[in-house]
Design a protein around this ligand. Structure first.
Ligand SMILES: [Mg+2]
Length: 351
């Protein structure tokens, strides 16, 4: 996954008769997702009542089940569903988290997510900057995998040690593989990583290797995953297999807020915490309202970025973290996002 970069984002608007507009979004395969919405999903929701959201979700799901139950179809359903929730919030004058159970936390604890693998000194400088900004949780990425042999393993370990050196052992450290390892490589890495006390090891193997996750998760380091899994049924399989110790769906892939809310309840029954993938309002509102979502991932704002941080340029309204926490307003209806045109001149816009 060396070429992992998002270069595109899709926004979805659902407009009511009174002119109120709900905004949703999708970041996976935006061109295909747009085609799926235009050709299949939009006709299913036009003319309907947004407050029938659960019915609308079933309608979209069942009409496209043959090809849409996972992947692009579910990403499209997610985008429409998020827009419907934004709409419900705006129409009722409430922030979405107030419709999901309300304020469960004074503020949302976040962990700093960046630290892409690079020169050791650069990673230490970045970690120190994040620490000085008040963060107490950090996620770093590995740069070497199975094809790089023992010397690559040492490069990986050197960087984990270097980051721990800066942040100390009172802070949470998360380790991200983005499916770039395999079962054999991960089995060999786990004992070498133990002394760094990671809070979790993320997506060590491909998303479909549920048995691999299950085996790894029985070891001493918690395994996390789920950002490439879909719907309540997908997470039932992960939970039944005890495959992950932390669930990381992204609401704009997993089936929207309607599906995420059900997964939160199921995960609570298994006592597996849900810490959604990426930042963004659709995830923050669910996290604020759930007793089983202890914190959020947080991508720091940088001047120039082409990864997950792209949403900062597409939308206004995402909160910035202060001293390791972020806040949602009790007074802003809906998700609290608007589409921004401040950075449009940097982008190619496709109709
Ligand atoms: Mg991840």
């Amino acid at each position: 996954m060396g070429s992992f970069r998002f270069h595109q984002w899709l926004t979805v608007e659902v407009e009511c008769e009174d002119g109120t507009i709900g905004i949703g979004n999708a970041a996976l395969a935006p061109r295909l997702t747009k085609a799926a919405i235009d050709q299949y999903y939009a006709p299913l929701v036009i003319g309907e009542d947004p407050f029938d959201y659960a019915y609308l979700w079933e309608k979209m799901y069942r009409r496209t089940l043959a090809w849409g139950r996972k992947g692009v179809g579910m990403v499209a359903i997610s985008a429409v569903d998020i827009a419907i929730w934004d709409l419900m919030g705006k129409l009722s004058g409430k922030p979405v988290f107030k419709l999901l159970g309300g304020r469960m936390k004074d503020a949302i604890p976040v962990y700093y997510s960046k630290l892409y693998s690079g020169p050791v000194a650069d990673m230490q400088t970045e970690a120190e900057t994040a620490r000085a900004a008040g963060h107490t949780g950090y996620k770093m990425r590995f740069g070497w995998g199975p094809k790089d042999g023992m010397s690559g393993m040492r490069e990986n370990l050197k960087r984990v040690e270097a980051v721990r050196e800066v942040i100390g052992y009172d802070a949470d450290l998360m380790l991200e593989c983005y499916m770039g390892w395999n079962l054999d490589y991960t089995r060999r890495m786990l004992p070498k990583l133990e002394r760094f006390e990671p809070r979790w090891l993320e997506e060590p193997v491909i998303a479909d290797d549920i048995h691999g996750y299950g085996e790894l998760n029985r070891g001493s380091i918690p395994i996390s995953g789920g950002e490439h899994e879909f719907t309540l049924f997908g997470f039932r399989q992960l939970l039944e297999a005890r495959a992950v110790s932390v669930i990381q769906y992204d609401t704009n892939r997993v089936g929207g807020i309607t599906a995420a809310q059900k997964i939160n309840a199921l995960a609570e029954a298994y006592q597996v915490p849900v810490i959604p993938h990426a930042g963004q309002m659709h995830n923050y509102h669910l996290t604020m309202a759930s007793p089983n979502c202890p914190m959020s991932e947080y991508f720091p704002v940088f001047d120039v970025e082409v990864g997950n941080e792209l949403f900062y340029y597409v939308f206004d309204g995402d909160p910035a973290a202060q001293n390791g926490f972020l806040q949602l307003s009790d007074d802003t209806p809906g998700l609290g996002l608007s589409i921004s045109d401040a950075h449009l001149h940097h982008f190619t816009i496709e109709e």
